[in-house]
Design a protein around this ligand. Structure first.
Ligand code: SF4
Ligand code: SF4
Length: 342
């Protein structure tokens, strides 16, 4: 439902209804009304719909990756998820230096890189997409498409039998799905009505209303925690910590199942102090909240080059198996269940 406006004739004295022929001239007043909205026509910008996903919740799932995130984690393995807008990306290994994209760009935003591939000046580029169709090799592509809820649901329901047989379902991830709360809530509502399990993969940085709206139709929340020092959190990921912690408490208070996850990023989240702060917070939440430790990997690194962005962790190496085990032991020492998820 949404609020709309209906134009009514009034008698000039702030009333509506029948107009007396003898009374003052009728005038048009605007009255709010509620009208039905076709939820299937709701849209969101999505950069991937991954079928047969096994890492984003139980069983076999379809994961919908929504574009746009309020955080800017410098290690993000999906940097293409962070900006809310559609953006051009380049795969330099496919580029044959034909120069066609340079010629077609009105903004002189794209240039050949002597080392191979192209460089896009992101301050000049307006993501107009004119360069993409002239590239014959597939080296250029736009990331992010507008989907209706009906279109996403059609994709999801193709694998309904797999969800049933594996106790799987649908996951909304990102980016930050709570940035598209209305869309995700309506999608989850429809999925649950069809008997599909719903999982929200979130960083928790969202207004409370968005959280309320979505968790009403959510079976499981995968809640990512990063940095527990408020000043470092704001400085590194660009958003306040407190709202995230408050939202985690709220979700638990509503009885929605939650799994806490911490990416173990060298130099950012992997200190003993930070790990203990996570464990202490989760312990204080009470109830059964398992913790997943996600060791750092470098799989998303090449995407930074595709987007002409620098990669925060630089040359940092993934943590050793011994270090990951010691983090798991530390979390377990708080009486929590903890496992490594790769
Ligand atoms: S998207 Fe448009 S502005 Fe950006 S590099 Fe391509 S043609 Fe130029
Ligand atoms: S049009 Fe494609 S292949 Fe040609 S220079 Fe541009 S990115 Fe490379």
């Amino acid at each position: 439902m949404t609020t709309g406006i209906i134009r009514c004739e009034g008698n000039g004295a702030g009333e509506t209804g029948a107009i007396s022929a003898a009374g003052p001239s009728p005038r048009v007043v605007e009255m709010p009304v509620r009208k039905e909205v076709d939820e299937g026509a709701l849209t969101a910008r999505i950069f991937n719909i991954q079928r047969f996903s096994t890492e984003d919740g139980p069983g076999i799932r379809t994961t919908v990756f929504l574009k746009g995130c309020p955080l800017s984690c410098p290690w993000c393995s999906n940097p293409e998820s962070q900006a809310g807008n559609t953006e051009v990306a380049h795969s330099d290994s496919l580029c044959d230096h034909c120069n066609r994209c340079v010629e077609v760009c009105d903004r002189q935003a794209i240039s050949l890189n002597p080392a191979g591939g192209v460089h896009i000046n992101r301050d000049a580029c307006d993501n107009c997409a004119k360069c993409v169709p002239v590239c014959g090799t597939g080296a250029l592509r736009m990331i992010g498409d507008e989907y209706t809820l009906d279109q996403v649901y059609e994709e999801i329901k193709k694998d309904a039998a797999y969800y049933r047989n594996s106790n799987g379902g649908v996951t909304c991830s990102g980016g930050e799905p709570l940035s598209h709360a209305r869309f995700v809530a309506a999608l989850f509502k429809r999925c649950q009505a069809a008997g599909m399990h719903t999982t929200l993969d979130t960083c928790g940085s969202a207004p409370r209303r968005a959280v309320e709206r979505v968790i009403e139709h959510t079976d499981l929340v995968l809640f990512d925690f990063k940095i527990f020092d408020p000043a470092r959190h704001s400085a590194i990921v660009g958003a306040p910590l407190q709202q995230i912690l408050d939202n985690a408490k709220y979700i638990v208070s509503k009885g929605v199942r939650l799994i806490a996850r911490m990416p173990l990023i060298p130099g950012y989240t992997d200190s003993d102090e930070n790990v203990s702060a996570l464990a202490s917070f989760i312990r204080a939440l009470g109830g059964y909240i398992p913790v997943n430790v996600l060791p750092y990997h470098r799989f998303g690194m090449n995407k930074y080059q595709m987007l002409d962005r620098s990669y925060g962790p630089g040359d940092a190496k993934p943590p050793s198996a011994e270090r990951v085990e010691s983090v798991v032991d530390r979390i377990r020492s708080f009486g929590l269940e903890c496992e490594i998820v790769t």
